[in-house]
Design a protein around this ligand. Structure first.
Ligand code: NAD
Length: 302
């Protein structure tokens, strides 16, 4: 095991030296940081188990959308790694809203279940907002319930949406200061852009939120010390949007014309001007699941 690790370390060191010599942005390694978080949680969960506390998470999927099945599978694997017992509910496409709400109600009352996750999107005949509101805020590990969102906006305790929470961890664990810095978020979705802005504000950043109606997006982005890109458009943000030395976080996930994964940021262009950047894959993506696991452990401690 240890012998096998050496060539990897050499390879990484060589890559890092090359990047420095070529004056390219430092890579913010989401794979490594998410693994650290999962290992910390694994220890915490083992300690809780030794005191007789077992953590349970219910994962509900309605229908069999292939992308959703992959996400659900990854979440179950992460539970297994950390030592969280996961209960899986794979419901048929024709499940009614009432049936789904009844199941959520049962899980809300089940003391062995600490976190409830409904994989989104749900089929069109089911109203997403009604489903989210049916989950007890104490078990809302996705952080989508209006009570959780409200708590975040007034600085109270509550679960936070996993992707933006993961980005704060990425920045902190990579020693990027947020306090007092210009932070620009591209995108204002409920699950990424808005909670991201609130979290950066909580860390005392000076925050600007941009969106599809923003005038002169480039000019606003070029003010950013920290630029978080959640625009949902492959490789849209190139070096012309980025101030020299900025930290760039790429939330996007797409397939490019060669079927390779890419983000909302044109990596090859931006790595020439940024001081640090998240790659896709291996940046923000792995952090989302790590933070979901973190929320589940927190839910068990309530
Ligand atoms: P969304 O489509 O809900 O929101 C996109 C936002 O970008 C909107 O607020 C819109 O106003 C803004 N926008 C669109 N075009 C614009 C333009 N030309 N200029 C400025 N703003 C513009 O997307 P989302 O759910 O926030 O996700 C964003 C991206 O992040 C997607 O690629 C998604 O797949 C990805 N994502 C990744 C993870 C992860 O774990 N890595 C999690 C969630 C989302």
């Amino acid at each position: 095991m240890i012998e096998n690790d050496f060539p990897d370390i050499e390879k990484i060191l060589r890559k890092m030296t090359n990047r420095k010599e070529k004056n390219m942005a430092r890579l913010i390694d989401g794979k490594k940081i998410s693994q650290q978080i999962k290992d910390e949680l694994k220890e915490k969960v083992a300690a809780m188990k030794s005191e007789g506390k077992e953590i349970g998470m219910a994962v509900i999927q309605v229908g069999n959308d292939p992308a959703s099945s992959v996400y659900v599978g990854n979440k179950k694997k992460a539970c297994e790694y950390i030592g969280i017992r996961s209960e899986s509910y794979e419901l048929p496409e024709e499940t009614t809203q009432e049936e789904l709400i009844t199941l959520i109600g049962k899980l809300n009352d089940d003391d062995r279940i600490h976190g409830i996750l409904v994989q989104l999107p749900v089929p069109k005949h089911i109203d997403e907002d009604t489903v989210i509101k049916a989950i007890s805020p104490r078990k809302d590990v996705d952080g989508f319930h209006p009570q959780s969102v409200g708590a975040l906006s007034i600085g109270q305790k509550g679960f936070v949406s996993c992707t933006p929470a993961g980005i704060i961890q990425l920045l902190k664990r990579s020693n990027v200061d947020i306090e007092g810095r210009e932070c620009v978020v591209i995108g204002r979705s409920n699950i990424v852009g808005k909670p991201m802005a609130l979290l950066l504000l909580r860390e005392n950043g000076t925050v600007t939120v941009t969106h599809s109606k923003t005038r002169d997006l480039k000019e606003v982005c070029r003010r950013a010390d920290i630029l978080v890109v959640a625009v949902g458009r492959p490789k849209m943000i190139d070096a012309s949007y980025v101030k020299e030395g900025a930290v760039v976080i790429d939330v996007g996930i797409h397939r490019d014309e060669n079927n390779r994964l890419c983000g909302d940021v044109d990596f090859e262009s931006v790595e020439q001007v940024a001081s640090a950047i998240t790659p896709v894959p291996g940046g923000v993506g792995p952090m989302t699941i790590a933070m979901l696991m973190n929320n589940c452990v927190e839910a068990a401690l309530l």
